[in-house]
Design a protein around this ligand. Structure first.
Ligand code: IVH
Length: 690
């Protein structure tokens, strides 16, 4: 029995040593087979003497998977964040604030520690009587995830603390991270296995630690630097540097660059020194962290909101690199937005190879004055898409200015810069007007066409539309309505497709048939005209009655001087931007073709349910002006429409009736001039309630 316990202890140490060599140093000293033999011997002894299984047993490092998701751990001492300093002045301010706050005298020595700020994810490790019992992520600072079994697999983290006089409760905190070499190897393995490739070491570390299966975490080469603490039943030191020394004695890895300084100049020199050596460190850092060394002073300084007054992160500027912009290409998004993308000669920025950067829009290209062929400075900050900061002027410049295309590269339709209806200003974004004929937008448009408030075809959702589009079965809306006919003639029947059968296909055709007749407002909404949502679609359907009339009038309204345009603008709720969007839509032949195609395929738009025809205002044009007190404007409008009237926003010769509330001004005058009947709110209420 004693012998067995001794042997387990030896194996635990031995295996931990080889883990460290393998995962951390990438320099295994024994073959995989010999390593497996050690683990097997450990497992065999444990199977015979289960009561001897050690807390730090290698078998526990694979651990049982947490059942569902992660449990929560409430941090007994919250895990806070750090304030930032961006330049030397901010550091001086930090120093002076401390001196002032503590009311230090010339003779008092202020010592501040400095160390790299590791770009990983923080973790809290709890030890009871020297044994590792719980590991947690930071979470929201108050509550994190219980990742105990995953943490156990990190070779860098001691399972049992070394040394004597270890406090009963110890919570060491620090950063879990991945080295550049390990990151590259992991991504290589992932790529070969056809699995997820990580964007940067921090994502890789976070993704690896937060695995539900601890075995996956175990296969990922994670490391840990200890730099602070949470709950401690006893303090083993009274300075920050003393604590770091203690952590090292207990068996943790602490950052080798850690130092203690007694002047601002020293801190700033440290910062620049680390910044210069940044690329040689072998792991990502994003700044340095300064902390007041004396813990009694830390205590007195305390916290402001969520960060300590006694510490600050001095951040490095965003990572930049110089490369050549080879060409600018236009990407067309799902809504037709045309975004210029810079294709770059690949360059490493902060450990990540960058070959594309966004240029946002034409204005940005103008602002940067960038031309294809220019040498540019690219910047990457955190997870954001790389950006171009500026052109390097003293390098050979590109020859030709980039002309932003006025045609969509995907479909050749013309592109427009719209007026933003909210600001009334010209939008920065160029948009392709291709709509349904543009392959970049077609699927999105088709999805909209069949959506719930449009044609609402049962069994034809986003997934099916995308699949049918992919296979060339549905490219335009009318293809939906000819699907059955074409399927009958086709050799590759729908019912033989994966996920389909005779019954589901029959049901689909029935659902499509049911929608050969839809209300005009749904039809208009389905067209996907910009700015025409359900409300505007209903407005237009009410105002124009039939599809034919609507089409005819919208074509005529293309002429800004036309009567049709004036009519359109007179509809209460239709402004310049909307009028422009609708007439632009109808000006495009391919859009008219869609409507033609639908008609040919037997689709009918039915006028909205017959409105009251016996009301005194049926068929008349009504204008509301001034403020109504007994019903809202929109309520009055809806009621008038229900009564068969057309509601207009302006008084013209076509107006039949003006309802004037208090405060009505010029419209009454105009109505009187034109000899139009004007009534007040009471008279309107009487009319409306009948
Ligand atoms: S000390 C009270 N030291 O930075 C705050 N944090 O912005 C104690 N970090 O969540 C944190 N390296 O994940 C400290 N050497 C270092 C650090 C460090 C990285 C991270 C940590 C923290 C974040 C705060």
């Amino acid at each position: 029995m004693d012998e067995a316990a001794e042997e387990l202890e030896r194996l635990a140490g031995e295996i931990a040593k080889h883990d460290k060599l393998y995962y951390q140093k990438d320099a295994p000293r024994i073959s995989d087979a010999d390593y497996d033999a050690l683990r097997k011997r450990n497992d065999d002894i444990e199977a015979r003497y289960p009561e001897l299984v050690r807390e730090d047993s290698p078998s526990r490092r694979v651990g049982a998977e947490p059942a569902e998701g992660f449990g929560k751990v409430v941090h007994s001492v919250p895990m806070l964040s750090l304030g930032n300093a961006f330049d030397d002045d901010d550091v001086t301010d930090f120093w002076n604030r401390i001196v002032k706050f503590l009311n230090l005298k010339e003779s008092d020595e202020l010592a501040v520690t400095a160390e790299p700020k590791i770009d990983g994810l923080s973790a809290a490790l709890r030890y009871e009587k020297g044994k590792f019992v719980q590991g947690a992520t930071r979470g929201d600072g108050r509550e994190g995830e219980n990742v105990t079994e995953n943490i156990r697999t990190i070779a860098d983290i001691p399972k049992t603390l070394k040394g004597k006089n270890i406090p009963d409760v110890v919570e060491v905190r620090g950063e879990v991270y991945m080295s550049h070499d390990d990151f590259a190897k992991l991504n290589e393995r992932q790529r070969e296995a056809g699995k997820q490739v990580f964007a940067n070491p921090r994502n890789a570390a976070a993704g690896s630690l937060r695995q539900l299966d601890a075995k996956v975490t175990e296969s990922r080469p994670l490391r840990f630097f200890a730099y602070t603490w949470g709950e401690m039943s006893d303090m083993p030191a009274d300075t920050q540097s003393g604590m770091i020394e203690t952590f090292e004695k207990w068996g943790f890895t602490v950052n080798p660059l850690f130092q203690r300084s007694t002047s601002i100049e020293e801190l700033i020199a440290f910062y620049h020194d680390v910044e210069e050596r940044r690329s040689e460190l072998g792991y990502d850092i994003d700044g340095v962290v300064y902390k007041v060394d004396r813990l009694d002073w830390q205590q007195r300084l305390g916290f402001v909101s969520r960060s300590p007054r006694w510490a600050i992160a001095h951040k490095f500027p965003a990572e930049q690199a110089t490369t050549v912009l080879e060409k600018i290409e236009i990407q067309v998004g799902r809504t037709g937005a045309m975004t210029p993308v810079a294709r770059l000669t690949p360059v490493t920025v902060g450990g990540v190879v960058v070959s594309n950067a966004t240029l946002h829009n034409a204005d940005e290209i103008e602002r940067l004055g960038v031309r294809p062929g220019d040498t540019v400075v690219v910047q990457r900050a955190g997870d954001v898409i790389p950006q171009i900061v500026r052109v390097v002027e003293d390098r050979p410049r590109g020859k030709k200015k980039f002309e932003f295309p006025d045609k969509c590269p995907e479909c050749g339709s013309h592109a427009v810069r719209e007026i933003n209806p909210k600001t009334g200003k010209l939008d920065a974004v160029m948009r392709c007007t291709g709509g349904l004929v543009c392959p970049a937008q077609a699927v999105e448009r088709l999805r909209h066409f069949v959506s719930r408030n449009a044609f609402d075809i049962e069994g034809l959702g986003e997934k099916q539309i995308a699949a049918f589009y992919e296979d060339g079965l549905i490219a335009k809306p009318d293809d939906i309505f000819t699907l059955e006919e074409r399927d009958a003639k086709s050799l590759k029947k729908l019912k033989d497709r994966e996920g389909w059968g005779a019954t589901s296909v029959k049901k689909l055709f029935e659902a499509i048939d049911q929608r050969r007749e839809v209300e005009l407002d749904r039809f208009i909404f389905a067209l996907g005209i910009r700015h025409v949502g359900e409300t505007n679609a209903r407005l237009l359907a009410r105002s124009y009655g039939t599809l034919e009339n609507f089409e005819e009038q919208m074509l005529a309204a293309a002429d800004p001087e036309s009567e049709a345009r004036a009519d359109l603008l007179s509809i209460d709720g239709v402004g310049e931007v909307l009028a422009e969007a609708i007439t632009d839509f109808f000006a495009e032949k391919h859009n008219r073709d869609v409507i033609e195609g639908l008609k040919k395929a037997g689709v009918k738009a039915v006028p909205l349910e017959a409105q009251q025809t016996d009301s005194p205002i049926a068929g008349k044009t009504v204008v509301f002006t001034g403020s109504l007190e007994r019903m809202t404007r929109s309520e009055a409008k809806a009621r008038a429409e229900q009564m068969g009237a057309k509601v207009s926003g302006s008084v013209s010769a076509k107006t039949d009736l003006v309802v004037a509330g208090p405060g009505a001004g010029s419209k009454i005058a105009k109505a009187r001039e034109l000899g139009i009947e004007v009534i007040d709110e009471d008279q309107w209420m009487e009319m409306a309630s009948n």
